[in-house]
Design a binder for this molecule. Structure first.
Ligand SMILES: Cc1ncc(COP(=O)(O)O)c(C=O)c1O
Length: 370
C-alpha cells in the first residue's frame, strides 16, 4: 500500500523519525542511574511500546488509566507498570488487583479513600499492589502536599495490608512546556526539590522509597539528571507535536494527520477532510507539513480550512498533511496508525487502548484471564 492509497482522514507515522526519537531517548538514559518509563497514554499503541522497550533504558511502562494498564498486560508488553494517576471509581481497584496477580503494578495514591479501596481489593484478590505516594510538586491537579502530609500518607501505606510502599511520584506538568530553557530548568529544580526533600523524609523515617518517578518530554534531560530521581515518565517524545517542537529538545515531528483536498474555492484557500474530529486543537491549530507559506485558518467538524500561497498547485483530490499541536488527544480520536517509510505503508498498527476502555473492560479482561 502507498501513502496515496490511504483513505482519509488518517494518522500517519514516519517510522524512521519515530525510531530516531526512540533511540535518542534510550541513548540519553543508557549510562545514567535514572531510566525512562515511557508513558503509554501518548500513543496507546502496543506496536510503538514494544519498540520503546526494545530500545532499552526502560524500567517498564507508565499508564494513565486502568484500561491502558489492562491493554499493557493483555498484550504482554511488560510486567513492570505504573498507573501514574489516582485510581478511583466503581470497580477500578478490583481491576488493578487482578492485574497485580499478573504483573508488578504500582499505583499513584494521594488520599486515604483511594488507599482503602485499593487495599481492600488487593486483600480480596490475595495480592499486593505497589503504591507510589503522589506528591503535588506545583501542578494544580492531583497529589498530596509535599513534606509532612506526604510522609504521613507514606506511613499509612507502609502500615496497610494489601499494599506495599514503593516510593513517590510527582509530575511537574506545570513546567514541561516552558520554552525558555533557563526558566524551565529553574522551575523544574524548584518542583523536584519538593519531591526529593519528601523522599529524604520518607527514608529518614525508615520507610522504603526505591522509586522516585517524575518528568515529561520537556524535562527529561533536566529532571533525568537529578540525583535521586529514578525514572522519567515521558510519552510525547516518541511522535512529538508542534507544542513540544517549540522546545530545544532533540525529537522530531514523527506523525501527521493525512487529509485530502475536498475543495479549492479560491487560489489562496483550500478545504481538506481533516477537521477537529481527526485532529484536536486544544494546544492551538495544527501546522501544515511541507507547504511553504501555508497555514491552518480554522478547523470545523469535518474540514480543515487552510490558507495557501496563491501559486500552490494543490488540487482537489491531492493530499495534505497536518502536524497536530497535541499528540495524546489526537491519537485518541483514531483506531489505527499507518506506519510509513517514504511513500510506502510498511505496517498498520491498531491503537488498541484508545477511547473509553472502561466500557469494554470485560472484553479486554478476557485477555488477562479476568
Ligand atoms: C502523570 C504524567 N506523567 C508524565 C507525563 C509526561 O508526558 P509528556 O511526555 O507529554 O510530557 C504526563 C503528561 O501529561 C502525565 O500526566
Amino acid at each position: 500500500m502507498k501513502l496515496r492509497d490511504i483513505p482519509t482522514p488518517a494518522l500517519v507515522v514516519d517510522v524512521n523519525a519515530m525510531e530516531r526519537n526512540i533511540r535518542r531517548m534510550a541513548e540519553f538514559f543508557a549510562d545514567r542511574p535514572c531510566k525512562v518509563r515511557p508513558h503509554f497514554k501518548a500513543h496507546k499503541t502496543p506496536a510503538i511500546a514494544r519498540r520503546q522497550l526494545a530500545a532499552g533504558s526502560c524500567t517498564g511502562l507508565t499508564c494513565a488509566t486502568v484500561g491502558e494498564a489492562e491493554v499493557v498486560v493483555a498484550e504482554d508488553l511488560t510486567d513492570d507498570l505504573l498507573i501514574a494517576n489516582e485510581v478511583v471509581g466503581p470497580g477500578k481497584a478490583a481491576r488493578v488487583a487482578k492485574l497485580a496477580a499478573r504483573a508488578d503494578v504500582k499505583v499513584a495514591v494521594d488520599s486515604h479513600a483511594a488507599l482503602d479501596d485499593l487495599a481492600q481489593a488487593a486483600c480480596a484478590e490475595g495480592v499486593e499492589v505497589g503504591v507510589l505516594v503522589d506528591v503535588n510538586v506545583g501542578l494544580p491537579r492531583c497529589g498530596i502536599a509535599p513534606g509532612e502530609p506526604a510522609l504521613e500518607l507514606a506511613k499509612l501505606v507502609a502500615a496497610t495490608e494489601g499494599v506495599r510502599l514503593r516510593g513517590l511520584m510527582g509530575y511537574e506538568g506545570h513546567v514541561v512546556a516552558i520554552e525558555d530553557r533557563a526558566e524551565r530548568e529553574a522551575r523544574t529544580a524548584k518542583a523536584m526539590g519538593r519531591l526529593l526533600d519528601t523522599a529524604g523524609m520518607v527514608r529518614a523515617a525508615g520507610l522504603p522509597c526505591e522509586i522516585v518517578s517524575a518528568g515529561g518530554t520537556g524535562t527529561y534531560d533536566i529532571t533525568g539528571r537529578m540525583d535521586g530521581v529514578t525514572e522519567i515518565q515521558a510519552g510525547s517524545y516518541v511522535l512529538m507535536d508542534t507544542a513540544y517542537a517549540k522546545l530545544d529538545i532533540p525529537f522530531e515531528l514523527a506523525f501527521s494527520v493525512l487529509g485530502t483536498v475536498l475543495s479549492r474555492p479560491k487560489p489562496e484557500l483550500c478545504a481538506a477532510d481533516s477537521g477537529h474530529k481527526a485532529c484536536t486543537m486544544d494546544h492551538g491549530n495544527p501546522s501544515v507539513k511541507g507547504i511553504e507559506g501555508a497555514s491552518v485558518l480554522f478547523l470545523s467538524d469535518e474540514h480543515a480550512t487552510i490558507s495557501l500561497p496563491a501559486e500552490s498547485t494543490l488540487a482537489v483530490g491531492d493530499r495534505i498533511e497536518l502536524w497536530p499541536s497535541h499528540i495524546d488527544p489526537t491519537i485518541n480520536l483514531h483506531d489505527i496508525l499507518f506506519a510509513v517509510d517514504g511513500e510506502e505503508v510498511v505496517e498498520i498498527w491498531p491503537i488498541t487502548a484508545r477511547g473509553y476502555l472502561e466500557h469494554r473492560a470485560s472484553e479486554i479482561l478476557r485477555g488477562v484471564g479476568g
